[in-house]
Design a protein. Structure first.
Length: 317
């Protein structure tokens, strides 16, 4: 029986969908964050439940083949990514396995899996970002929530997003700080600015800047817009989204345009789309290009009694 703070040697043999490595020690499953399949580790047990336990890496005795050095300075604090400690090739293997396992376990199917199609871009591919804005230690902070919490990790720069997003984030937090504009507090439900939401049309080079507010207007809006346009020439739309609900839902149902157009445009497979803050759109449009749609998507073919099927080709984002 494992006990808390016990040090054990463990061999990682599988990966969970949230990025934890899985090992078995003395017959008990142990989940180990930031581990890779093939790792031989010295693990410190931090929590023991009836049927499984959790541990943290004390020492890497021998790294698995898929392990890489992650390049993000906040990866182990930010809750945005789960697989930056393994290679992209290894990540695709695991994602394909997650799909197959769910089809078998939940769907009762016997899928014939087609090869996964990788994204053409692994960095800077996201055309949308939503940054919670909070006051921490007297400073207006924007970034991403820490894993399993609503504590904001200060991070204007993310490798998955276009570089110019960073300029807008830094300008916005500085403007709010310098002009004493209040930011939202989840516990009290008070404060004005809740989120900064950026949406980019890759084919048109148009950027929408949306501030989600717990109110009806933004103080000093004209000065904010003037400075924003100087910081980033791609901005063609500045919008307020009104969300006065005391909940963790990011967007409200009402939008008001402060400057520029109500929407931005992008195209996919030669089809033009108008995008508002409330629109659904592919965050990574690269794999959804016309070639992928025509040649890579396969329709599930399910035969009688749900006994066999040909699974869709997976497009990785």
């Amino acid at each position: 029986m494992l006990t808390k703070n016990q040090l054990v040697e463990a061999q990682i043999t599988a990966m969970s969908s949230d990025g934890n490595g899985i090992a078995k020690v003395d017959g008990m499953v142990i989940f180990v964050p930031y581990s890779a399949v093939g790792d031989k580790l010295l693990v410190r047990v931090v929590k023991v439940l009836k049927h499984y336990s959790f541990g943290i890496i004390d020492c890497i005795l021998e790294p698995g083949e898929g392990r890489v050095q992650d390049s993000c300075p906040v990866y182990r604090r930010c809750g945005g990514c789960s697989f930056r400690h393994i290679s992209y090739r290894e990540e695709l293997v695991h994602k394909a396995q997650f799909v197959e396992d769910n089809l078998r376990r939940l769907g009762g199917l016997e899928p014939q899996m087609l090869p996964i199609t990788p994204s053409p871009k692994q960095q800077g591919y996201r055309n949308k970002a939503q940054y919670p804005i909070r006051m921490q230690d007297g400073k207006v902070t924007a970034g991403f929530f820490a894993r399993r919490s609503h504590r904001v990790i200060d991070c204007a720069c993310c490798d998955l997003q276009p570089e110019f997003f960073e300029q807008v984030v830094e300008y916005t937090t500085r403007f709010l700080q310098e002009n004493n504009i209040s930011v939202y507090d989840e516990e009290s439900g008070k404060g004005l600015v809740r989120h900064l939401y950026l949406r980019y049309g890759e084919t048109t080079d148009q950027l929408m800047v949306c501030l989600v507010v717990n109110g009806e207007k933004l103080p000093c809006a004209d000065r904010y817009i003037e400075g924003l346009r100087q910081v980033c020439g791609k901005v063609c739309s500045v919008v307020l989204n009104i969300n006065r609900e005391q909940s963790n839902v990011i967007l409200g149902n009402s939008c008001r345009t402060l400057w520029g157009s109500d929407t931005i445009e992008d195209s996919l497979c030669d089809v033009r789309f108008e995008l508002s803050p409330l629109s659904f759109y592919q965050v990574n449009r690269q794999p959804s290009s016309c070639t992928c749609w025509q040649h890579n998507w396969q329709i599930f073919r399910v035969e009688s009694c749900w006994s066999t099927c040909t699974a869709a080709r997976v497009l990785s984002g």
